[in-house]
Write a protein that binds this ligand. Structure first.
Ligand code: ZN
Length: 465
């Protein structure tokens, strides 16, 4: 019995120490990698599932890396990677499983870069947004085609299924109404068309104050940035967002750090016209082809989150043997991109009694060009905000109802692997005859809104959509 126990113990130990293996992971195997990562690194990870199920009753699983997992630390920015949104585009799913293992193992080994990244950033990784589609594609065996498994089980293309906020924003631009990212209230407009996966992800991105994100696809090799939907309705037309400079920088960061994305390489047979390396491995989404209802533009227009779309290669469902090479080509880019969560300016917006002001608008004017960046971000529950920006001089203004606006001039010099420039704001209450009671009322409104963002109240509204 003694030797049997020893053999059992040795087997268990071997299983626990088993290194990550490159191969396509089905749903069960994917969850096993995620559970093993949490077991290996319990102090810095939390595995969680978005409320709800896919049509085939699968869950959307996420692992969070943070020195305070399960929480939003005031002042600490939140980042996310989403893979496998199109079920038959699978490289991202495997890269993200490898990434979580790599982060955990390197943190345990005391790797200074990974340790610092996790100390400074809350990182959420969803390897598969469309697990049902993955199964449909995988079921084809070696005879995979271009489309099977792309959509979810209801045949909904998830990257065409998000509320189309671009149309509202473009119409506001035409009427010179200042664009504000308060548009989620309008989500209700076309709600009955939302797939369960789309609803779950909308719910998620409304609850966690994400700052930066990328979603991963296959079919070409390029980093694609907003807008995805053209302003005029043209099928191909460069459509810049107010943050074009920042988005180009973000896309370039991934492309330049990738082994081949920005370097001369053969085009993809299926799409035929891959000259993206001639423009540095990046493209404006609508300049390539216009997409309405995409997740990338929705993130930017409905939340504080900047998202780009990564096309990770021509072949949508590569052989197992190609996966180690994919990891080598992408790992530096995946880490460098996560570090971009720390570009620009960040801080807290407080009242004169040092109480946080949530939902304060942060607006930015580029002093060098004299242009206003017509896209606000807002402070979140603890008054914390993050405003991604490229190097330059900016006038940054914080404003909130009932308070005087305050502007600070900020010099942004982004340093590799350093935190964003810190600029805090103290907003004086607007003078009023009945200052005390008005002031209290404002605080109450702020509290209600702040809570709404982070607790179940908002979730309930989304469920009712
Ligand atoms: Zn795709």
């Amino acid at each position: 019995m003694g030797s049997l126990a020893a053999i059992v113990f040795a087997t268990v130990l071997l299983a626990a120490c088993q290194a990550f293996e490159f191969h396509h992971h089905d749903y069960k195997q994917m969850l096993e990698v995620m559970k093993k990562t949490q077991a290996d690194c319990p102090s810095i990870t939390k595995l969680y599932y978005l409320p709800g199920r896919t049509t085939e009753q699968r869950q959307l699983a996420v692992i969070q890396f943070s020195t305070n997992p399960g929480k939003h630390d005031p002042g600490k920015p939140e980042f996310k990677y989403v893979g496998n949104m199109h079920g038959n585009e699978v490289t991202g799913r495997e890269l993200l499983l490898k990434l979580m293992d790599d982060m955990c193992q390197r943190y345990k080994a005391g790797d200074p870069m990974v340790t610092k990244l996790i100390q400074m950033t809350s990182i959420h990784i969803m390897p598969s947004m469309n697990p049902d589609g993955w199964e449909a594609a995988n079921d084809l065996g070696p005879n995979k085609d271009w489309l099977t498994g792309r959509a979810n089980n209801q045949d909904i293309d998830l990257n065409r299924n998000f509320p189309d906020y671009n149309r509202i924003v473009y119409s506001r631009e035409a009427h010179h109404i200042k664009s504000m990212n308060d548009l989620w209230h309008h989500t209700i407009a076309n709600n009955d068309k939302l797939a369960p996966e789309t609803k779950m992800v909308i719910n998620w991105i409304m609850q966690i104050p994400f700052v930066l994100s990328a979603n991963m696809h296959n079919g070409d090799l390029v980093a694609n940035y907003p807008y995805d939907e053209s302003r005029t309705g043209a099928s191909r037309e460069y459509t810049s967002s107010p943050d074009d400079d920042t988005f180009r920088h973000l896309a370039e960061t991934y492309a330049d750090s990738h082994a081949t994305m920005s370097k001369p390489h053969a085009g993809c047979e299926a799409t035929g016209d891959d000259d993206f390396y001639k423009q540095g491995g990046i493209t404006n989404g609508a300049a390539w082809y216009s997409v309405a209802g995409g997740m990338q533009d929705f993130n930017y227009l409905s939340t504080n989150c900047f998202e780009i779309t990564l096309e990770l290669g021509c072949i949508k469902f590569p052989e197992n043997s190609a996966l180690p090479g994919e990891w080598n080509d992408n790992k530096k880019a995946m880490y460098n991109y996560m570090w971009q969560t720390h570009i620009g300016v960040k801080g807290f917006v407080m009242d004169s009694n040092n109480n946080p002001i949530s939902h304060a608008f942060i607006s930015v004017k580029n002093v060098t060009s004299g242009k206003e960046v017509r896209h606000n971000v807002s402070s979140v529950h603890d008054g914390d905000y993050w405003r991604l920006l490229t190097d330059g001089t900016y006038d940054v203004t914080a404003s909130a109802p009932g308070f005087e606006s305050v502007t600070h001039r900020v010099e942004v010099v982004n340093q590799p692997m350093q935190g964003a420039v810190v600029q805090n704001f103290t907003l004086p209450a607007k003078p009023s005859k009945d200052q005390g009671s008005k002031y209290d009322a404002i605080n109450q409104i702020m509290d209600v809104d702040g809570d709404k963002m982070m607790d179940g109240k908002y979730r309930q509204e989304m469920e009712e959509l």
